[in-house]
Design a protein around this ligand. Sequence first.
Ligand code: SF4
Length: 239
Amino acid sequence: MLKEDIRTELLEIFQELLDHFGPRHWWPGETALEVIVGAILTQNVAWNNVEKAINNLKEEGLLSISGLIKTRVEKLGNLIRPARYYNQKAARLKAFAELVNIKYEGDLEKLLSLSTPELRMELLALKGIGPETADSILLYAANRPVFVVDAYTKRIFQRLGYLEADVGYSVVQDFFTSNLPCETYLFNEYHALIVALGNRICLARRPLCQKCPLLHRCKTSSLEKENSETALGTTMGCT
Ligand code: SF4
């Protein structure tokens, strides 16, 4: 398919998702630090658990670089317990806060003002921060035009017929980045809309294709499969 055609289709998909779900106002968070803490805590857990953990930190007045630094990892783990894997995640929060404290004089803005490649490298050097978390921080906390890839992105765009099975993170990211205008708003909203579709409709098992705004362009919808199975069944019954 021509590059221009892919770009047009990706923008049409974006518009169809936006029309269906409306603006997502993602990422929820009053400050850049709250977005970063959420990005670290949300690994392998539903967002409502993350919200409980963040509220616990807020209630204790610890949602700050100095708050995370001065709190022992055990206490931090207890506060973020709803986010699961809480000891691991508490250590990650502290490691992030220590990076800001030691290398950037406790000033988060200094870290966030690095160039995009420098900031990405700095984040990826922290234990437990992979490409998805680093890119979520770049996009949603630092407002950089970086496309975030997650399991929903791969699943949906494989089903739509744009991606091969088992493609790696950077291949998927390049697919979007090289075919879409490089705009923070677009990447921000697009990822959030993909999450909405993957979370509510394009489920891993039994996707709810009859409710999907992308059904008319999907290569592998379960409806298509059901229809062909029904057709096959009818033929067999008639012969
Ligand atoms: S039609 Fe079904 S399989 Fe295709 S994207 Fe929508 S929910 Fe997923």
